[in-house]
Design a protein around this ligand. Sequence first.
Ligand code: SAM
Length: 283
Amino acid sequence: SDHNLDYPISPAHMDWASHYPAFVDPDASKINLGGTRKLTKDVEVVDIGCGFGGLLVGLAPILPDTLMVGMEIRVSVLEYVRSRISALRLKQQALKKIAATSTTTQAPSEIPATPEVEDDEVGSTTTIVPGNYENITGIRANTMKFLPNFFGHHQLSKIFVCFPDPHFKARKHKARIISESLNAEYAYVLKPGGLLYTITDVEEYHHWVLRHFKYETAEGENVADEIAGGIRDLWELVSDEELEADPCVRVMKFETEESKKVTRNNGNKYVAVFRRKADPEWP
Ligand code: SAM
């Protein structure tokens, strides 16, 4: 239950320092409201329902200077993500040490793993990657309830919702992680220009997503701009051409654990990405 969930009373109280030690501000006098050290930058990317962390691990070297967090409600799954990330960080440190002490002129990426770092349950890379996985972490949270406790207004540049639990039955639809009220929270924490990525293998869920961003009617027809109104002032559907050029979409399609399962089963993958527009001007 929520009693077991640890969450800050406001974003300014969140202890991020223990999650991203490499990004702690060197000025020790900079302390947040919770009494922990501040970082040199804000967390900007969130993976909602991150599962085993494949998206984070895939994105870490692509956006090495961006702080990213996976949020997951299941305790054991979150523990796995945390130890996976710790192991990847240790492995990178070991590889760097080897590279630094190597007497040859071999490029770091060609240095083979030593037996100590070869055991690779947690990730396949034996190369030094930008960022050393210091920029990713996982926290246990129920994002349907506590997202604004962790992130402030306009803080995030990307939110990912990858293969959300489908909750097929109509009476379970209220448990879906895309809904009108949750979309309003996503709009609150995303900055203008920020992106909300969705992917699902359930065609009906994809239409649910389009419908809840006012891009489709209940009958599955496209909604014209002039009648969508309201929420449509906040979200713009990103074009297929733009998605093809976005490396994050490739990670979302092929590197999350769920996406791999869908690939193995020859399932379909439906992607929809929405750009957070500027806040509408009040008259
Ligand atoms: N995104 C991952 C992937 O693509 O491999 C995992 C997909 S899995 C089908 C959905 C995940 O969302 C599960 O791990 C589940 O525990 C998590 N989840 C469901 N509701 C949640 C909530 N309210 N807050 C955080 N995580 C949630």
